[in-house]
Design a protein around this ligand. Sequence first.
Ligand code: BEZ
Length: 220
Amino acid sequence: MAQFDTEVSQVTMPRIGDRAPYFEAPTNHGNISLKDYKGKWLVLFSHPSDFTPVCTTEFVGFQEIYPELHQLNTELLGLSVDSVNSHIAWIRSIEENFNTSIEFPVIADLDKEVSMKYGMIMPGESQVETSRAVFVIDDQQKIRSIIYYPLTTGRNMQEILRLVKALQTTDEHGVSTPANWQEGDKAVVSPPKSQEEAAKRSEQEDIDYIDWYISKKDIT
Ligand code: BEZ
């Protein structure tokens, strides 16, 4: 019997704002659990399969942003349904072919326990491989953002980095970040919550007032 109904999938998916589902799992760096990341931000991502071309380019890309993620108190953790030995062999091959040392661990989710908890398998696309999912989990172990890409499209590492910076900027300054925001740009001030607050917005000195519902603020 098929594990999924591919017309309407019955899989539970975590959502933004949920507590990150707990996991303990084998990786190529030994066993790892969610509690190992308490007090840190975590980018948990899945890839379809070891020894595949798009995934290989992504691993090189993830490694490129890893030092900058570290500076943001953020860890990287990969996942696929391949074995620890497969991860070891593939990472050795990436190191040889691309002169890149992959420093972050990768979960070997052979029994699909973690991928099912996180809704990483898109049965309409593949019942055996994980899709290109990205979960940004904050230092309180809450899911702050979720991105999904299909099997055939490699992710944009600079966008993942930008997303972590944007989320941390929101936490630090109590602001939102506008379209295409980059570190150093002005942020968006939360809209007024009352008629009275709206009327006073134009008098506020520390903001760039555009209209009652949109103002920007320098946060550098
Ligand atoms: C790839 O990484 O190249 C890939 C993996 C699964 C399906 C399609 C492409």
